[in-house]
Design a protein. Structure first.
Length: 240
């Protein structure tokens, strides 16, 4: 009897004196739907509904974080210059002014951390093979420090914060998530997190004003950008 009680306690995901553990619940059934959900994936971005990642998406031997950036590498040389970022943003549907501002923010913030040396570059390139060095704090932790993708963390993101509709986030829930991810004294991470999720919401929200888990998952492996560029070129939009 006592051992069964101790076993139940060992598997508990809520603590009576920590109300936040009841407010932000985690899934306990992931191993029934996804093999080893706790294991970071280097090449694909699976979830409970897509255990093998995005169908038809080629990883090209890049880490999932590198794939997230690779769409903007227009000449496939492993470097993303500001003009490539701008062109990519225009291709996925952002207007001229928004693309200019976002380009300045992205390349301005990420370039130096990814450079192969100590000297800054006046061209603000982002080196894809070093993109893991530009990972900031106060994020979702779906990417690990080496750029792998951790399925458990995207599932917990939605079990904790998607309270209106399962597997979809409202704008308010996205705000709550970025607040919940905040780490102490990490001003850059606080701002970066809200900007990133705000841009993703603008890009991929559905007709009901919600951001689906599928859109978020595909953002992580970069296939969302390919999809948006294709749809934007055809003048149509649909993301479940």
């Amino acid at each position: 009897m006592a051992s069964a009680y101790m076993e139940n306690e060992a598997m508990a995901t809520e603590a009576p004196f920590a109300p936040v553990t009841y407010e932000r619940r985690v899934r306990r059934d992931l191993e029934d739907k996804l093999p080893k959900p706790y294991m970071p994936r280097a090449l694909v971005a699976p979830d409970a509904e897509h255990p093998n990642g995005t169908p038809g998406h080629s990883h090209n031997q890049l880490s999932v974080l590198q794939q997230h950036v690779a769409f903007f590498d227009l000449d496939d040389n492993g470097i993303v210059y500001p003009w490539e970022t701008y062109t990519g943003l225009r291709a996925i549907g952002f207007n001229l002014i928004a693309s200019l501002v976002i380009t300045v923010l992205i390349n301005g913030a990420l370039s130096y951390a990814t450079l192969p040396g100590w000297l800054p570059s006046p061209f603000f390139p982002i080196y894809i093979h070093n993109i893991h060095k530009a990972k900031h704090g106060s994020d979702s932790s779906v990417y690990d420090s080496e750029g792998r993708y951790t399925p458990t963390n995207i599932e917990h993101m939605f079990s904790k914060y998607a309270l209106t509709v399962p597997n979809k986030l409202t704008l308010g829930e996205i705000w709550n998530m970025t607040e919940g991810n905040r780490e102490a004294y990490d001003l850059f991470g606080w701002i970066a997190g809200k900007l990133e999720w705000g841009l993703l919401y603008v890009l991929a929200r559905d007709e009901e004003g919600m951001l689906s888990k599928e859109a978020v998952r595909r953002c992580f492996d970069g296939s969302l950008f390919e999809y948006c560029a294709k749809i934007n070129k055809g003048g149509q939009w649909k993301m479940g």
